[in-house]
Write a protein that binds this ligand. Structure first.
Ligand code: DGY
Length: 427
């Protein structure tokens, strides 16, 4: 009798690499086919960390292709529409930014500098690294854009002018500000997202009308970032982006020092000091967390979200504040089967399946875990890493996951989830 060799079962590493290759559209990666058929800003940054585990050139290229669409004023857009795809709304004709390649008119969380530093250090931290140097210049320009257009209070925190900029699209943090948006002139449009995934996992129609109304304000201004910053209908200081920009400024400073760009180093040190002091404006003593806050009304969201814990990643908070955050983590760890939910259970409109109102997003978990490890909380960092790995082992490479059941939600075969497996939780 002859035995025929059975092909080996693919490992999760194989599957993760395969997702990145399949979502590669030639120099850039889509978050997932169908639901998100273009290049997204912070998705690409995390995807680069995944590629870095098996294809160094492709990792750098992912960021370079995104940055090639940077605007002259420094903004790196949240979507680059490299090629036509009718399956997404709002597409390039809705944004109408007049760019080549077409892009959206808003940005997304500034994590690029942090990723560039990681890629560069993995390759030996050579100050003359040409790809690092080119991306350093782009990141510096983008950080200056934030300081020029998105720091209305002059305290180093980040204002967003569309909830899509935060990446945490439908977080309950934005509800009160969205309630005030006038949707009377929105007109009719056809959503595409709910044709790809279960509507129960997506923002509601009422919310979408508001998202479109804010977009229309930007478009009617001719995408004038000064007008949008001064008069836009949605203006919030986002705790997540404020923490991520502070961290990215620290990482950019390390690059500036390596390169010997002393003028930029001085500027970045000032920005870092400003943000460190400014962060207290977001602290909500009642709930014991850093929370997003409305620029127009001054109201704090009063919500503990996964972004609140980015304080560790940003390296801010007094010992007492950090203890309150750890208390909140402890609470969430008791009520959920898996860490780290995007919203604390029991908060208003918590829903373990609906996008950013409860589900777990591994890229945020990754940054929080990194921060916790750096700040001396290796046990919590390991709990979050192990829970993240369990989610993928149980359910696959979903966009997000229920903290209660571990089931996947949103799109499947998701690039940044695959990247997080390769670069972090699968290790
Ligand atoms: C979407 O279309 O849901 C995206 O998150 C917007 O960036």
């Amino acid at each position: 009798m002859t035995l025929t060799a059975q092909p080996a079962e693919p490992t999760l590493d194989d599957l993760a690499r395969d997702i990145l290759r399949r979502n590669d559209r030639g120099g850039y990666t889509v978050p997932t086919g169908g639901l998100y058929p273009f290049q997204w800003n912070w998705d690409s940054a995390f995807v680069a960390l995944g590629f870095a585990e098996f294809d160094r050139n492709r990792a750098w290229q992912e960021i370079e292709s995104l940055v090639s669409a940077q605007w002259a004023d420094g903004m790196i857009p949240h979507i680059v529409f490299h090629q036509h795809d009718a399956g997404y709304f709002p597409g390039p004709e809705v944004w109408n930014t007049g760019r080549t390649p077409p892009t959206s008119g808003i940005t997304q969380p500034p994590v690029l500098a942090s990723v560039v530093r990681q890629l560069w250090e993995q390759e030996g931290a050579d100050p003359s690294h040409p790809r690092m140097r080119a991306l350093y210049a782009a990141c510096l320009k983008s950080h200056r854009w934030f300081h020029t257009y998105r720091d209305p209070l002059g305290n180093g925190l980040v204002m967003v002018t569309h909830n899509w900029e935060t990446g945490r699209d439908n977080s309950s943090e934005w509800d009160h500000a969205l309630d005030r948006i006038d949707t009377s002139a929105v007109g009719s449009y056809q959503r595409r997202d709910t044709g790809h995934v279960d509507a129960a996992m997506r923002p509601t129609q009422r919310e979408y009308d508001r998202y479109v109304a804010i977009l229309q304000f930007g478009r009617s201004s001719g995408w004038d970032h000064r007008v949008i910053a001064d008069q836009g209908p949605f203006r919030m200081i986002d705790v997540g982006m404020s923490m991520m920009l502070l961290r990215a400024n620290r990482d950019l400073l390390a690059l500036a020092e390596a390169i010997g760009d002393e003028a930029a180093a001085v500027e970045l040190r000032d920005r870092i000091a400003l943000s460190e002091q400014g962060m207290d404006w977001l602290w909500n003593e009642e709930v014991g967390a850093f929370c997003s806050r409305d620029v127009i009304t001054g109201e704090s969201s009063g919500l503990v979200t996964n972004a609140s814990f980015l304080a560790f990643y940003a390296g801010v908070g007094t010992p007492a504040q950090r203890q309150r955050l750890l208390d909140a983590l402890e609470r969430m760890g008791r009520s959920a089967q898996y860490l780290l939910p995007s919203l604390e259970a029991g908060s208003r409109d918590y829903d373990h399946r609906r996008y950013w109102r409860g589900p777990i997003w591994l890229v945020v978990s990754y940054m929080v875990a990194r921060g916790l490890a750096e700040q001396g909380h290796a046990d919590w960092a390991e709990r979050i890493r192990a829970d993240s790995a369990r989610l993928i082992i149980r359910s696959g490479f979903y966009e997000s996951f229920s903290p209660e059941t571990g089931e996947g939600s949103g799109g499947g075969d998701f690039s940044w989830t695959a990247a997080m497996w390769l670069a972090w939780c699968g290790q």
